[in-house]
Design a protein around this ligand. Structure first.
Ligand SMILES: [Mn+2]
Length: 457
């Protein structure tokens, strides 16, 4: 699915099913047929039902290659021989033995947010019980209006609307009027709002984007890990901004009003009251991808952060002379600064095949390893070079930009050009030759999905 659907990409709007009307229809159907039935049954909490293992990923922030690399890497972590892949995918394990839990923050910061959410929604539609998608603080309209996703949607998918509404282009980091936002962007956020906040393996762990918050602890202590009745959208909106701290008690969070940091004593007490051992969460970049705060002396209870975007905000290409992102003139260069921190990305595989005993297997990928793995899958040559102090880097996104040029302007001379980045250069011709049949544009999978999901009841 990921590869074959990618071969016909030239421009987004020329791909069947990839215009704003068809995507809107898909999102509406996905919301109504897949997410709403779950929401009515389980409200904002999901129970992990996998018989053997749960695969937990944290923030992806538009870094598609990190997602692909982890999905591939998983095939070496589990005994893939005994698991079923979904027939439409070379990556997606769809098997009652395994469940994926994604802890939110799919969009913003990176520049392939559209591709990531479309791929994850496709997976969810194809294998609803195999995937739990949680809400992060970036799956809120007020956040992703501000940090890049709204502009990405308008630029990639809703250009007709954008041309009719040129005034809508706020600068990066500035709020614009909601009424002037693209209807497709609003539809994405309507889908986001139907995602749950917590996933729980009863007797085991809970996963959530930020962490526990005062209202959540008040409402949901002593519930035996069943948060169906106690959890509300308002409580969830507080949880997605929470962080742990190594001390005790509640601290006001530097993230702003209404955000809290919870101490070790609070986490331990909450987990214990619900018969749980671990709190898995994302939300904070970690140098090693995963970090652990132990809550007791026997190392039985813990809060663990899993952050999956390696080289966070680091895989971008900007024009050396103008300091602007290539091919996306309407985007703001500030969106792409601050990257190249060379943090590793993490994924946690929780093996609970032995009943009450859980084994936690952290999987860590550097940005370099992630790009290498993704290359073996997509065939896309992905050169990445970073100087020690680089804040701008060169990654595979250049492919995307090239592909977004109008057909008439793609000439041999353009294809042969070299893109110079902060500390390296590579031949775009080589990239295009190698990746012609296996482009990275995962959004195309939405068109087979349109046929899969009935648009009318
Ligand atoms: Mn977050």
């Amino acid at each position: 699915m990921e590869q074959t659907a990618l071969t016909k990409i030239d421009r987004y709007s020329q791909v069947p099913g990839m215009n704003s009307g068809d995507i809107t229809a898909f999102l509406r159907a996905f919301e109504r047929e897949v997410l709403e039935p779950e929401l009515y049954a389980e409200r904002y909490s999901r129970t992990v039902t996998a018989k053997q293992a749960t695969v937990v990923l944290g923030d992806l922030h538009g870094q598609l290659f990190n997602l692909l690399a982890f999905l591939l890497d998983l095939h070496t972590q589990v005994n893939i021989k005994y698991l079923s892949l979904h027939p439409a995918s070379k990556l997606l394990i769809c098997d009652p033995k395994i469940q994926y839990v994604f802890m939110g923050d799919y969009v913003d910061r990176g520049e392939r947010s559209v591709e990531i959410v479309m791929l994850l929604f496709a997976y969810k539609a194809l294998c609803p019980s195999g995937i739990i998608l949680l809400q992060g603080n970036h799956e809120q309209a007020a956040t992703n209006e501000y940090y890049g996703f709204s502009k990405e949607v308008e630029y990639k998918l809703d250009r007709v609307w954008k041309m009719a509404n040129p005034q809508s282009y706020g600068r990066y980091g500035q709020h614009s009027m909601h009424s002037a936002q693209s209807p497709l962007w609003r539809q994405f956020n309507s889908v986001f709002s139907k995602l749950p906040f917590v996933a729980v393996l009863p007797g085991g762990f809970m996963a959530t984007h930020g962490g526990i918050s005062p209202t959540f602890v008040k409402a949901c202590s002593n519930q035996r890990g069943n948060f169906r009745e106690c959890l509300s959208p308002g409580i969830g909106a507080e949880m997605v901004w929470a962080d742990p701290h190594e001390g005790s008690g509640w601290d006001a969070s530097p993230r702003g009003a209404g955000a809290w940091r919870f101490g070790r004593d609070i986490a331990l007490q909450f987990l214990y009251s619900n018969g749980l051992k671990r709190l898995l969460r994302g939300h904070e970049q970690m140098a090693k991808g995963i970090s652990t705060i132990w809550l007791d002396t026997k190392s039985e209870y813990a809060v663990q952060t899993v952050f999956s975007a390696a080289d966070y905000v680091g895989t971008f290409c900007v024009d050396k002379t103008t300091n602007r992102p290539l091919r996306l003139p309407a985007w703001e260069p500030q969106m792409f600064n601050g990257g190249g921190q060379r943090n590793h990305g993490g994924m946690m595989v929780v093996d609970h095949s032995a009943g009450s005993r859980m084994d936690f297997h952290p999987c860590i990928l550097s940005g370099k390893e992630a790009r290498k793995l993704a290359k073996t899958f997509t065939g896309a040559h992905c050169h990445h070079s970073v100087s020690a102090s680089a804040t701008r880097e060169c990654g595979c996104h250049a492919l995307l930009r090239q592909r977004m040029k109008p057909r008439s302007s793609i000439s041999p001379s353009v294809q042969a050009e070299h893109i110079n980045c902060a500390s390296g250069s590579y031949s775009l011709q080589t990239v295009l030759n190698k990746s012609k049949t296996q482009l990275i544009a995962l959004w195309a999978i939405s068109s087979p999905l349109l046929a899969l999901i009935p648009t009318t009841r």
